[in-house]
Design a protein around this ligand. Structure first.
Ligand SMILES: NC(=O)c1ccc[n+]([C@@H]2O[C@H](COP(=O)([O-])OP(=O)(O)OC[C@H]3O[C@@H](n4cnc5c(N)ncnc54)[C@H](OP(=O)(O)O)[C@@H]3O)[C@@H](O)[C@H]2O)c1
Length: 197
């Protein structure tokens, strides 16, 4: 069974996924509760595809092992699996977290992550990778935890002048403490709009 490609992201109410200077501590300060959505993500994900900025940020702040598998790492350190990072600065040196750096186009990178995921889902992190997947028609779903704060500045979820509009269909809505969990199916180019009943 081929897994899906999901974008999993925590976003402030004003649409930022990181604060100024890539600040991410706000994510851990929200009064969250156990989230069925997050649990399902952890259980069904087989690989991660992220961008170099995310990787450099977590490794510079916390060290690669701690930044990825520690309490402030990926899913609070509760997930283990293959992680791929797209970069124009490849290296054969393996870090101590076992991350693989790739310099492929987005199609090839997703194919690599899919093969490693062995039928489970591929989860993409950050804005630039998701945007490339959306452009290439490769993203199946967006899973958002909406955080109750206004960051005012930082890394936007999506969009720059001239970028196209993308249709979505909301498929789930739940609360986990102060977070609102939202799940959307991406309308692929040329597909018919979601049915309304
Ligand atoms: N809120 C959340 O849930 C969440 C989750 C993950 C990350 N984040 C935050 O989001 C921010 C990072 O996101 P971002 O979208 O700005 O950056 P990013 O995707 O992490 O990194 C962008 C960089 O990745 C490399 N890259 C991307 N596509 C490539 C391609 N096709 N080929 C080769 N290299 C490629 C390039 O780096 P080089 O050219 O330098 O190699 C590019 O500058 C960070 O602040 C991170 O903490 C938030």
């Amino acid at each position: 069974v081929a897994g899906k490609v999901l974008w999993h992201v925590t976003m402030s109410l004003d649409g930022f996924i990181a604060g100024a200077d890539d600040e991410m501590d706000w994510v851990f300060e929200v009064d969250a509760a156990p989230s069925a959505t997050a649990e399902e993500m952890i259980e069904t994900m087989g690989a991660i595809l992220a961008g170099r900025r995310w990787y450099d940020m977590v490794t510079a702040r916390y060290g690669s092992r701690e930044g990825i598998y520690g309490p402030k790492g990926v899913y609070g350190g509760r997930w283990r699996g293959p992680i791929f990072v797209l970069t124009h600065r490849p290296s054969d040196v393996r870090d101590d977290a076992g991350v693989t750096l790739l310099s492929d186009g987005i199609e090839e990178a997703i194919a690599t992550a899919r093969a490693a995921a062995e039928g489970k889902n591929v989860v993409v992190f950050g804005a630039t990778i998701a945007e490339q997947c959306l452009e290439a028609g490769l993203l199946d779903e967006i899973v958002v935890h909406l955080a109750p704060l206004l960051l005012g500045d930082g890394v936007r979820l999506y969009g720059e002048p001239g970028v196209g509009r993308i249709g979505l269909e909301r498929t789930a809505l739940a609360e986990s403490g102060q977070l609102t969990d939202l799940r959307f199916r991406v309308a692929q180019p040329g597909s018919s709009p979601p049915a309304t009943s």
